[in-house]
Design a protein. Structure first.
Length: 254
């Protein structure tokens, strides 16, 4: 009886562990990759600098002309509360092959937004239209949930179907030696249950592409699945070591 009870206990323990892992993966697979990103950044031990949310999507046929696409971008800017202050700009560019409109502005303290709508014409006369949205937040807090979910809701309103690329920038004071940099990378990947796929290293830079089965925002890099990107670089002018962690890739210059 005791042996049977012990076996049941271990079976129950295994089921609880599997259920917990399944719930975590389900949570991330709902698209809320910001949760995995927040935890990975916390594991790095870096000081928060900024966060960026980036979307690039092809829009549907409901926007039959560039004028309609432009009006949609203006409405999108209004819904995202872009302020028409001294930092606001709206530019139109057009030629034989492309029409483009770009809106740049701010929405509250520490939030910068860039919206770009463009239509491309190929040699056959077909038109492909795209919208890109970038939201950069510089503040003392790096909670991503409100911005992430708010952006998803706004994109849904305009039938823009795209996953959100999310990146957190942080920094360490001074220059970290290779051993310290390596330990940071190990902590970040371990926290995200991610395995290294590709990577480069030189004196001032470490760049790693990785894959975690618990994150669904996946792309292919040279035929391999990737959904996390990590880079660390020393800036001698500021005497700081910067770190970028993104799901799935870093889209900003580093």
């Amino acid at each position: 009886m005791k042996r049977l009870s012990k076996n049941r206990f271990y079976l129950l323990l295994i089921l609880i562990i599997l259920f917990t892992i399944g719930c975590i993966r389900l949570y991330y697979n709902k698209g809320y990759s910001y949760a995995a990103l927040e935890k990975a950044f916390e594991a790095s031990g870096a000081n928060f600098v900024s966060s960026e949310f980036y979307v690039h999507a092809e829009v549907g046929k409901e926007y039959k002309s560039f004028e309609e696409l432009s009006r949609m971008a203006d409405s999108l800017a209004a819904d995202m509360n872009i302020e028409k202050n001294d930092l606001y700009s709206r530019k139109l560019v057009g030629n034989d092959s492309i029409d483009k409109m770009e809106i740049i502005g701010t929405a509250g303290e520490g939030k910068r937004i860039n919206i770009c709508a463009h239509s491309e014409r190929n040699d056959d006369g077909n038109v492909q239209s795209y919208i890109t949205v970038s939201v950069t937040v510089d503040s003392t807090k790096y909670e991503l949930e409100d911005i992430y979910k708010g952006l998803l809701k706004t994109l849904d309103k305009y039938k823009i179907s795209s996953k959100i690329n999310t990146c957190i920038t942080g920094c360490f004071e001074g220059k970290l030696n290779y051993d310290a940099l390596n330990k940071v990378c190990i902590r970040v990947l371990k926290n995200a249950d991610a395995k290294k796929v590709n990577g480069i290293t030189n004196n001032n830079l470490i760049s790693v592409s990785a894959y975690s089965p618990g994150i669904d925002n996946t792309i292919l890099e040279n035929g391999k699945k990737v959904n996390m990107n990590l880079a660390i670089r020393y800036n001698s002018y500021e005497n700081k070591t910067y770190i970028w962690i993104a799901i799935p890739v870093i889209t900003i210059e580093y």
